[in-house]
Design a binder for this molecule. Sequence first.
Ligand SMILES: *Cc1c(COP(=O)(O)O)cnc(C)c1O
Length: 375
Amino acid sequence: MNNPAPTANLTIPSDILPEDGRFGSGPSRVRPAAVTALATAASDFLGTSHRKATVKNMVHRLRSEIAELLQIPDDYEVLLGNGGSTGFWDAATFSLIEQRSQHLSFGAFSAKFASGVAAAPHLQDPMILTSEPGTHPQPQADPSIDAYALTQNETSTGVSMELHRPSQQGLVLVDATSGAGGLLFNPLETDVYYFAPQKCLAADGGLWIACCSPAALERIERLGASDRWIPPFLDLSIALHSSRKNETYNTPALATIFLTVHQVEWINSNGGLSWAASRCTESANIMYSWAESRSFTTPFVTDPTIRSHVVATVDLLEVKADDVAEVLRANGIVDVESYRGLGRNQLRVALFPATPPVDIAALCACIDYVTERLQ
Ligand SMILES: *Cc1c(COP(=O)(O)O)cnc(C)c1O
């Protein structure tokens, strides 16, 4: 660790640089066209009441475009509220888990939801199934469980999992924060598919969005009407009634709503989720085949079937990842550092739909350029 400072003045030739240097896994690259559209619409939209038609129409668009993007059944409903996915975990703790949940814990995000639930005095101890970073556990049907907490894509490690109902009983709650809009899934295998828009949806943070099945809506309304004390901000029965009016319980960030709508309409107009997912798969193929073909790097997730197509993690073997990331940053390529806390010599790269595959190829070329000169 006493190495001299890396070649921070190493200049990557401009002809191999990506068009846009933002590769972070959240907040992620926002498409410049969306920002321009927001600026154009700003004087009629930003700074206007979220209880009036202009903003309510935008919330309506958000809910219907999300339903189209994710191809959810007609009897599912799109809810939204403030607090991002982390806020939604607390809402789920009050409004979705009846007594006992099961959690697949295989990275920083899934572990956080599990530990929050474990600390809740009104619930039984959850069943927490864990596995090594870079893998995921399998859910286990259990009659004591009324909610199964799955994570479609563990953003901290770059592992994604197929979504299937573990049992005919119990709600299936899916943290899809980094998967929604980039990964295919069958909505019928989920009861609550929730996410925030600062990942695949290339918007800003602060909002949660949840696609809820009839069984989930029944649970939300029943717990909302029960004796359980629920803080109003975390009460999904209130969020349900606000959402049906195309409102949020309290003031939302209007720019976030606008940018989300812009991105979802962009994906839908290009061919929808299958288009977005194939674009992410193309980026993933570029990134992983590059990593497998180089002696200095290898994909962190060894099982190719669970390697994420939206967040790639690659271990570096011969050079320090922090040094590589530092040189990249000095050249305008930002946020490819590994997840803090995972503690590996690793780079992590978002492959979200807003990033064209050609930029992933350019990033790989830049990493080649830097590592050759740092060795
Ligand atoms: C980013 C992320 C979160 C946290 O989202 P916030 O909106 O910041 O609360 C939760 N889960 C997963 C899988 C994530 O990727």
